[in-house]
Design a protein around this ligand. Structure first.
Ligand SMILES: [Zn+2]
Length: 291
């Protein structure tokens, strides 16, 4: 059995900590105020969440009082069930995931070793924005719109100049695009986060996975996402199939994609599906009249 009790918290700013948890190498955050202790994301299982709660008591001599779940993916959310008695925040769309088809009890039992019936919704839903006073320290929770999922939350700690982005930003790999992502919305969402926090040099962005980065690195990832969307849309409109794109990735007409070839192969079906959902249609060439 993995030892979930260990959470190697490392300070990143005054009263702000980050720990990185396996098996998903996910970052979780801790923001300490005079009256309250906020945990950002919860790990992959109730057991891991309980271990996190213990590790915070060990670190601070105080218990977690508030939790924000950045999005519904297992490595960020499933630990919440192991942290009872706290005020917890999630995007308003998260509750529906518990009763939909996205969470498969069989997979959870097999892969993560617990009963999906143990999962709990957050106590409070966020639709757009919420500020919380932790005692001498205000934090802001922002839902910047559909991006990595249809319900991502970012957490801004103004006095420490830190933004926790969830998987809106990843620095250990290219950003993960799935069936619940919106590549059309993603770069706009990052625009809102960057401009909301002031786009300044002293900002520290803690990604969902990977090392913290500055605003410039976030802007670079934003540009890559915008470029991916634009390139995919061009190909789709020109009637270029996914198979054609894949063939080109290794051929002489290599398209200038912003991500590693395998990542483009993996995410393009989701991007094409979004283009179809949005009603984008391939342009049809005019029939050539035979003279
Ligand atoms: Zn995710």
């Amino acid at each position: 059995m993995r030892d979930f009790r260990r959470a190697p918290w490392r300070p990143v700013r005054d009263g702000v900590y980050v720990a990185t948890l396996e098996p998903a190498t996910v970052n979780v955050g801790l923001v300490v105020g005079a009256d309250a202790v906020l945990l950002i994301d919860t790990g992959s299982s109730p057991e891991q969440g309980a271990g996190l709660a213990d590790s915070v008591v060990e670190l601070l001599g105080r218990a977690i009082t508030h939790v924000v779940v950045t999005h519904w993916h297992f490595d960020h959310y499933f630990g919440l069930a192991g942290i009872p008695g706290v005020v917890s925040y999630g995007h308003e769309s998260l509750r529906a995931r518990l009763v939909g088809d996205d969470i498969d009890p069989e997979v959870i039992r097999r892969e993560l070793g617990f009963d999906a019936a143990d999962l709990v919704p957050p106590t409070d839903d966020i639709s757009v924005v919420r500020a919380i006073d932790l005692g001498g320290r205000r934090i802001e929770i922002l839902a910047p719109g559909a991006a990595h999922t249809d319900g991502d939350l970012c957490i801004y700690v103004p006095d420490a100049r830190v933004v926790f982005t969830g998987d809106l930003v990843e620095t250990s790999a290219d950003p993960a695009v799935g069936p619940d992502s919106s590549l059309a919305g993603w770069s706009m969402a990052l625009d809102g986060v960057l401009s909301g926090a002031g786009h300044a040099d002293d900002l520290l962005f803690v990604p969902g996975h990977g090392d913290p980065v500055d605003a410039m690195a976030v802007a670079e990832q934003q540009a890559a996402l915008a470029s991916m969307w634009a390139s995919a849309e061009d190909c789709f409109r020109e009637g270029v199939t996914i198979d054609d794109v894949i063939a080109d990735l290794n051929g002489p007409r290599e398209h200038a994609w912003p991500f590693a070839a395998q990542h483009v192969v993996d995410i393009l079906p989701h991007v094409y599906a979004e283009l179809r959902r949005r009603g984008v249609t391939p342009r049809r060439g005019l029939p050539i009249a035979s003279l």
